[in-house]
Design a protein around this ligand. Structure first.
Ligand SMILES: [Mg+2]
Length: 376
C-alpha cells in the first residue's frame, strides 16, 4: 500500500447547545479531519482520520492549529520518507515511524486512523473486526455539562434518560459537585448509573469535600486532580470509596501501567486521540484487562467518523462500563456522516469496510473552512 498524500480539512460544526466543562465552554467544534489517499494492487482507497484536539490547549496541551502544523512540518514528511515501512506494515508502522517525535499524540492518532481506515477499506475489513470487537452494539452513556441552575440540569438529564441513555455522567467543578449529584439522585433515583468528571479541577486538599460524593453510589469520579498528579490520585483513591478513574493522566500504555502499579486508579477512560491512536488504545485495554481494571471509551465531541470508530473500540471485551458514545444528535443537528443513533440505549457497531461510515460530501463541504493537499 502506497500513501499518495493526505488532505488536511478543517471543519466548523455548530453544537446543538453550549457544552460547559470545568475548563471552558464550547459552542462550535473546530475539527481537523485527514483524508489519506492510498494506492495498492487492489486499487485506490481513501481513509479518514479525525483529530480530537480542541481549538485551545485547555483539555490537554494540544490544539487544532498545532496539530495541523506538526502534521505539515514533521509527521507527514516523516511518513513520506518511510514509505517502504508503510508499504510493508501498513498502519501498524505509523506509530513506530512517528515515535521519535515527542508528544503530539492527537495528531499522530489522526494520521494512524486515516491510514488504517484506507487499509481496511482496501481489504474490505471492518474497524471493529480489526480491533477485536466481540459485540454488535454498545451501551450508550452521555456526558452532561455544567449548568447555571439545578432545575435546568434536571430538565436536561431527564431528556437524556427519556432518550434511553443508560448512564449519566455529570461534569463537575468546585461549587458544582455535591448539590447537582444529590439533586439528580433525588429526582431520578438510585438505579440510574451515575458518574462524575472533574477534568482536573480539584487538588488533594479537596479530598474531604470530594469524599462527600461517596454517599451517592457513583460508578466513579473521573480525573479529579491535575494531569501530572498521579501520586495525588493514588493518595485520593485511598481516601474515597468512590472508584477513581483517570482520563487526562493516561497518555500511553506505559503511563497506564505506572498508574495501575501506584494504585492511582481502578478504572481508565480510554480515548484513542489522547493516547496516540486506536492501536495504543487496544494495548491499554489489554493491559487493564490483565490487571482486572474496568475501562470505558471516552468522547471528544467527535463527528460520525470518530464516533463510529469509538463504538467499535467500545465493543472490545474489557470495555465493561458504558462509554460516552452518544448519538450524533447529542452534539450536532447535522453530522457529516449518516447520523449514528441509539436504540434501546445502545449504538450499533458499524460493520462495513473501514470505519463503516463515510462523510457525505455535500454536508462536509458546507462545514469546511479550509483544505490543504499534501502530497507524499
Ligand atoms: Mg474526562
Amino acid at each position: 500500500m502506497k500513501l499518495q498524500g493526505v488532505e488536511l480539512r478543517r471543519v466548523a460544526m455548530p453544537l446543538v447547545s453550549p457544552f460547559r466543562t470545568s475548563f471552558g465552554t464550547q459552542t462550535t467544534r473546530d475539527i481537523l479531519l485527514l483524508r489519506a489517499v492510498t494506492t495498492s494492487d487492489r486499487g485506490d482507497a481513501e481513509g479518514w482520520g479525525e483529530c480530537v484536539a480542541m481549538s485551545d490547549p485547555l483539555y490537554s496541551s494540544e490544539y487544532v492549529d498545532a496539530t495541523a502544523d506538526v502534521l505539515r512540518r514533521f509527521l507527514l514528511p516523516e511518513l513520506g520518507a518511510s514509505a517502504d515501512e508503510v508499504d510493508r506494515h501498513g498502519a501498524y508502522a505509523v506509530g513506530s515511524v512517528l515515535h521519535k517525535f515527542k508528544g503530539h499524540r492527537m495528531a499522530k492518532a489522526a494520521l494512524e486512523m486515516a491510514v488504517l481506515d484506507a487499509e481496511l477499506r482496501t481489504e474490505g475489513r471492518s474497524w471493529a473486526r480489526e480491533l477485536g470487537a466481540v459485540r454488535d452494539r454498545v451501551p450508550s452513556g452521555v456526558s452532561v455539562g455544567i449548568f447555571d441552575s439545578i432545575p435546568h440540569l434536571l430538565d436536561v438529564v431527564g431528556g437524556y434518560l427519556d432518550a434511553g441513555y443508560v448512564r449519566i455522567k455529570l461534569k463537575i467543578e468546585p461549587g458544582w459537585d455535591v448539590e447537582p449529584v444529590r439533586a439528580v439522585r433525588e429526582r431520578f433515583g438510585d438505579d440510574v448509573l451515575l458518574q462524575v468528571d472533574a477534568n482536573t479541577a480539584y487538588t488533594l486538599r479537596d479530598a474531604r469535600h470530594l469524599a462527600r460524593l461517596d454517599a451517592f453510589d457513583l460508578l466513579l469520579i473521573e480525573q479529579p486532580l491535575e494531569e501530572e498528579d498521579v501520586l495525588g490520585h493514588a493518595e485520593l483513591a485511598r481516601q474515597l470509596s468512590t472508584p477513581v478513574c483517570l482520563d487526562e493522566s493516561i497518555v500511553s500504555a506505559q503511563t497506564a501501567a505506572a498508574a495501575i502499579s501506584l494504585g492511582a486508579c481502578s478504572v481508565i477512560n480510554i480515548k484513542p486521540g489522547r493516547v496516540g491512536g486506536y492501536l495504543e488504545a487496544v494495548r491499554i485495554h489489554d493491559l487493564a484487562a490483565a490487571h482486572g481494571l474496568a475501562v470505558w471509551c471516552g468522547g471528544m465531541v467527535e463527528t460520525g467518523l470518530g464516533r463510529a470508530a469509538n463504538a467499535a473500540l467500545g465493543a472490545l471485551p474489557g470495555f465493561t462500563l458504558p462509554g460516552d458514545i452518544s448519538a450524533s444528535d447529542r452534539f450536532y443537528r447535522t453530522d457529516i456522516t449518516e447520523p449514528l443513533v441509539i436504540e434501546d440505549g445502545h449504538m450499533a457497531v458499524p460493520s462495513g469496510p473501514g470505519l463503516g461510515v463515510t462523510p457525505i460530501l455535500e454536508i462536509l463541504d458546507s462545514v469546511t473552512t479550509a483544505t490543504e493537499w499534501i502530497p507524499l
